[in-house]
Design a protein around this ligand. Structure first.
Ligand SMILES: [Mg+2]
Length: 397
């Protein structure tokens, strides 16, 4: 089998939702500047019960001479640009089943390929190649990886985009518990620039979530790069009585010493790694004893090929890998093929998944807190022609 083309399309349609979620304040790295701290809404925010709105998403397609096409998306247009300009020339004519060889070539073809958008581009290509492998074998990807290790995967609900006012947190956290989720993650609205009042606002969210779920659910909290060391230690001291399962990304990902310092000072498990790349990045993080939970994202960190190596590495440190859930299917396949001791559960971004899966014929949402496994060959992304109103081919060559 040979690769004959690598293509990109922006799909356009109309997204319809009946889910009501408010515009949420979420702390972030730019919050050190007042003009950013005050901005509403922020990237990643969603709106109350929009009914319908235009939606457009970018997909990458890898065609082969045997009529099998690998499909992956949605991806950022920045990834498509990198693939088209830099990676495509190394793919045409190659054997798509030789995923290890292609990953190695793509990671060596440019000295800047080790991180950032180029590694994210390699990740997207790798997804297409695994989709081709699965379709060629007539098996879902997790079967090729040695799974399933379980019939269904426990999911934790990630509430990015939810309102953080205590009364809304309380009712939503209780609703998720009643739905069957045994773990949920909330996002802090405030950071150092918001002063003492912000600490109280953050703590009101923590208290409301814990009061809503009692001891029946694990609770995790995400600071999304928005804090500094003193603030994280102060928040950690206040949060500790509420028994958080982890504190996520309290500072920017390159501040590895700060991660270790916060971890030692608070005694709270630290989660991170969704913005880290490849096994070499994670080895530094692990050796520094900066993290307890590794959150590599298959979509960004090097694809399924690299995730297998990251899981092997992390398991030797006896830490869990709970992949970041930027898109659900790649993480689902990976987790389904790893020991429950290595990958215990799936992150499910409950507000964002319906739009990310909008153009797919088969959509994956947890039921009773559990995610079923895909049964179709490949990754399981089939585009729903009824929802595609138009397509714009993308090319930068
Ligand atoms: Mg996060």
């Amino acid at each position: 089998m040979r690769i004959t083309d690598v293509r990109f399309e922006r799909l356009h349609g109309t997204y319809r939702t009946s889910a009501g979620h408010s515009v949420a304040r979420q702390v972030g790295a730019l919050d050190v500047y007042p003009e950013y701290r005050g901005r509403r809404p922020q990237a990643g925010d969603v709106y109350d019960d929009l009914g319908e709105r235009p939606i457009s998403e970018v997909y990458v397609f890898v065609d082969t001479d045997e009529g099998i096409t690998g499909t992956f998306g949605p991806i950022y247009v920045d990834q498509a640009f990198q693939i088209d300009l830099h990676l495509r020339q190394h793919l045409i004519g190659k054997d798509p089943l030789a995923t290890e060889r292609i990953w190695d070539i793509l990671s060596r073809q440019d000295r800047h390929a080790r991180r950032g958008y180029m590694m994210m581009a390699i990740s997207a290509v790798d997804m297409c190649l695994w989709d081709i492998r699965g379709k060629a074998a007539g098996l879902p990807v997790y079967r090729l990886l040695g799974g399933p290790t379980r019939d269904a995967i426990p999911a934790y609900v990630s509430t990015l985009g939810h309102a953080t006012e205590p009364e809304r947190v309380f009712s939503q956290a209780r609703a998720y518990l009643e739905e069957g989720y045994t773990a949920q993650k909330w996002f802090f609205p405030c950071g150092p620039g918001d002063g003492q009042a912000g600490i109280e606002t953050n703590m009101a969210m923590v208290r409301a979530a814990r009061e809503a779920v009692g001891d029946a659910s694990e609770l995790m909290f995400d600071a999304w790069l928005g804090w500094d060391v003193p603030y994280a230690i102060e928040m950690g001291r206040r949060m500790a009585p509420y028994n958080p399962a982890w504190l996520e990304e309290p500072v920017a990902p390159d501040r590895i010493g700060a991660y270790a310092e916060i971890r030692r000072a608070t005694g709270i498990p630290i989660a991170g790694g969704e913005h880290e790349y490849t096994r070499w990045g994670f080895k530094v993080l692990l050796d520094a004893e900066g993290v307890d939970v590794i959150q590599a994202d298959p979509d960004w960190t090097g694809g399924i090929t690299e995730m297998l190596k990251i899981c092997a590495l992390v398991s030797a440190y006896d830490k869990p890998v709970i992949p970041h859930g930027h898109s659900t299917l790649p993480a689902l396949h990976l987790i389904a093929a790893q020991s429950p001791a290595v990958c215990p559960r799936l992150e499910f971004l409950i507000v964002h998944n319906p739009s990310k899966q909008w153009f797919h014929t088969e959509q994956f949402f947890p039921e009773g807190g559990m995610m079923r496994l895909p049964q179709t060959p490949g990754l399981g992304i089939t585009l729903d022609e009824d929802r595609i109103e138009s397509r714009t081919p993308l090319s930068w060559r």
